[in-house]
Design a protein around this ligand. Sequence first.
Ligand code: BTN
Length: 332
Amino acid sequence: MLKDEILHLLERRRGEVVSGGELAKELGVSRTAVWKAIHTLEQSGAAIETLQGAGYRLAEHSDALSPTMLQESLSTRFVGRSLELLPEVDSTSNYLKRNASEPPNGHVAVADRQTGGRGRLGRSFVSPEGSVYLSVLLKPEGRGEGKSSFLGDLSPAETQFLTICAAVAVCRALKRAADMDCDIKWVNDVFWGGKKICGILTEASINAELQSLEYAVVGIGINMGEVPEEIAGIATSVWEATGRRGLRAAVTAALLEEFEKVCLDFVEGNKKEEILRAYEDRLFVQGREVLVTTAKEQYRAVVAGVDADAALLVKRDGADITRLVSGEITLL
Ligand code: BTN
């Protein structure tokens, strides 16, 4: 699409002014077509500066994503090799689940905004324009000749470990792209400065007859800009943490790369323990008193760590260690 090509070109030459004539020549279209495409880009929120008589420039803080640019900047083998950018969608995870049969293993759907962003336990995930909302489609392919070993023959029971892989990947990506040191709140939240900056939702489709995994969708949302008022007390963003804008492309690329690395370490590299250690190192609830909420009860306990399957271990007063595989904890 012309507007993506223009964005790609301006992004490659970020900081430079490129004339309408040059854009038209380079892309083999008329100046009017360029002008119209720029207008559409501006309307969809891409910060493009028009310098009268000189041309166009992508503003320093522009957070517009170009799928071509994103793919070019990725050094992954699977994740994001096939990628699509949706200006608006109900939820990138719903979108992939609706269309799971076609795209290849590692396909990524990125959205500028979501109208029905979903979180764990049936909650919604507030998804205004300009943050990072993406879902990765993972299809086990078995092992053996001619088959990619990415994800191997991951079992349904192992899918929840993808949430752990994603949480570690988010922390590494935010360190790399924004120099942020984040914490993890079991099981699927990434925090910065005591507030939530990212949520992760892993869903799977299982063939009940064969007891095998058909596909998994790992959805990740990272707050990048202004935090909507309704969640300001509990959520933060990359911009609030660093004062920097324009990091959306860098965070997205770093996230996809780190996620692939951790998944490969898990599946190919047999490094589950190492990943768990990286997860536990960032678990800020470690040793703290929390309120545990499960489907059946609510109680106070102290967090003792996670076990080999990433279940949370909590110690209740006068009781043995309890293993928590679902439910939620709130710091007291
Ligand atoms: C949570 O906070 O409980 C998990 C939030 C997960 C949000 C991401 S954003 C991309 C993907 N699409 C969704 O609807 N949810 C996930």
